[in-house]
Write a protein that binds this ligand. Sequence first.
Ligand SMILES: Nc1ncnc2c1ncn2[C@@H]1O[C@H](COP(=O)(O)OP(=O)(O)OP(=O)(O)O)[C@@H](O)[C@H]1O
Ligand SMILES: [Mg+2]
Length: 261
Amino acid sequence: MPEAPIIELSGADLAYGRRTVVHGLDLAVAEGASVALIGESGSGKSTAARAALGLLRPVGGEVRYRGTALDRLDAAGRRAYRAAVQPVFQDGPETLDPRQRVGSAVAEGLGVPRAQRARAVAGLLADVGLDPALADRRPHELSGGQRQRVGIARALAAEPRLLVLDEPTSALDVTVQARILDLLERLRAERGLAMLLITHNLAVVDRLCDDAVVLEAGRVVERGPARRVLDAPAHPYTARLRAAVPELGGALPGTAPALGA
Ligand SMILES: Nc1ncnc2c1ncn2[C@@H]1O[C@H](COP(=O)(O)OP(=O)(O)OP(=O)(O)O)[C@@H](O)[C@H]1O
Ligand SMILES: [Mg+2]
């Protein structure tokens, strides 16, 4: 039997109160894979991410971690799942505690003894391209790009196998975006990290993802290899989405000047 995906949503119906906003979603991310979740505002992308992170329980279907439904994981399984699947959110006020210093925010996810923390934090900050001296700063003393790197370092502290990234670069200006994408690409290459990446930017999908899943109003309308979905969208909705992205607008994906910066 092939290895179970790290995370798998299977026929997942996702709801807020009595309103179901995602219908029968099938979505799997295998070890080392990188899957894009695309769709216009309100289509249910963040909702799907919340379900993958165990923050929202499906009202129908299942979310499985390495083949076991989340609500059937035992205590050890839950611990493993919580460490292995880590969120990276858009840089925003809700992401980092404004009062907490960078070092302790990053240290929270670390499984190492207290005495080794400062060193481990410095290592993680260096891994994401930050000066370890920034550990003493508070979030408002950093740029948006630096804060997003802190968010990534914090996720890495738990030694995850899968990052669930919800618009990780959309709050950043384009040159900073490009550098964060470089970082994510490097983490993929060096650590074999799997990614579930939510973005409105199809150029990001082209660069970082193997597969793409397109949601419209809570339903999958297209899926397949990212390159195929971007180059020859089968669904009119995806074609519209593609046309609406200035970076791609007719040009070949991946040649967008913003990403070459
Ligand atoms: N906490 C919530 N309570 C109630 N309804 C919600 C909640 N969060 C999202 N929704 C609704 O669920 C639907 C899907 O929202 P979701 O946030 O998943 O969309 P999205 O694809 O992430 O959009 P965006 O691109 O704007 O981030 C929308 O109709 C939204 O209004
Ligand atoms: Mg969202």
